[in-house]
Design a protein. Structure first.
Length: 265
């Protein structure tokens, strides 16, 4: 590790996005490409990715996409080393990929397969990919005061109880502690770690509950900013977090939830 501070002017940044083939992840990919960054994506399910993603991969040489499963240590390794080989330095890791339970079940009916599926992706893979990238970042030079940024995803379910998807809520509550712990450990290295906490965002993940959430938005006054969130809402928040404006802040949570967390009686 060297302490040299390099000038960062005009150097395209490299951003790693997990699960960037659709939904919020695709919004993040589009945002960073529009800012002139180079983007690397690992995506488990390229067949169910948004058609627009394949177009981007075909058209934009700054985007590299790898088919792979974050639950596989070999795939995680191939993703990080592949991005390094192509682009060199890793400036930002966006731990976007996440899964909901395949079936929503009451707490008393949840089985071990669902528990392992959800916590495996949302918490374990998140932890070990972050660990791997943090090792790379802490070895990089400081550029514009920063060695790297890591962004994790929480959820309303980081703090709202859901008896029909406890495994999801526990995984997202766990992500909050991952964020705080990595932030504390990596602050002296100038690697900044943040959590975005999306509300209800219009993506393939939320299609199964679209009617329920539309009702909550339109009739039940749960969201002070009364509309569905869009992937671009989350992408813009992440862009702001890693843009150099918060260099005396780490471990912070930014709610991207239409004000849902502002509860009133
Ligand atoms: N949509 C919402 O309302 C909402 C709210 C709060 C938090 N979130 C979080 O935002 C993130 C993105 O959600 P989304 O709504 O865009 O979901 P999505 O299901 O639409 O997209 C998730 C992407 O991650 C990929 N993925 C999943 N597991 C993977 C693995 N093991 N390896 C590689 N890729 C994998 C999927 O193939 C998919 O392309 C998730 O972490 C989710 O928990 C979403």
């Amino acid at each position: 590790m060297t302490d040299a501070t390099q000038a960062g002017a005009d150097r395209p940044r490299t951003v790693l996005v997990t699960g960037g083939g659709r939904g919020i992840g695709l919004g993040v990919v589009q945002q960073f490409l529009s800012e002139g960054c180079r983007v690397a994506v690992i995506e488990k399910d390229l067949e169910r990715a948004d058609p627009g993603f394949a177009d981007l991969v075909a058209q934009d040489h700054r985007l590299w996409a790898m088919s792979g499963d974050l639950n596989s240590p070999a795939d995680r390794e191939a993703f990080v080393s592949g991005a390094q080989e192509r682009f060199g330095r890793i400036d930002v890791l966006v731990n976007n990929a996440g899964v909901a339970p395949r079936v929503r079940r009451d707490l008393l009916e949840v089985d071990e397969e669902s528990w392992d599926f959800v916590l495996g992706t949302n918490l374990k893979a998140n932890f070990f990919l972050t660990q791997q990238v943090a090792r790379v970042m802490t070895d990089q030079d400081i550029v514009d005061g920063v060695r790297g940024y890591i962004v994790n995803y929480g959820s309303l379910n980081s703090y709202v109880i859901a008896t029909d998807r406890v495994e999801y809520a526990v995984s997202k509550a766990g992500v909050a502690m991952l964020t705080r712990t990595f932030a504390r450990r990596l602050a002296p290295d100038r690697v900044y770690v943040y959590e975005v906490r999306p509300g209800v965002i219009d993506t393939p993940m939320t299609q199964v509950v679209h009617e329920k959430y539309t009702r909550m938005i339109e009739k039940e006054d749960a969201f002070p900013i009364a509309r569905w969130g869009q992937p671009s809402d989350v992408a813009l928040a992440i862009s702001g977090l890693v843009g150099g404006a918060f260099l005396y802040s780490t471990g912070e949570v930014i709610n991207v939830d239409g004000g849902f967390h502002l509860r009133k009686l």
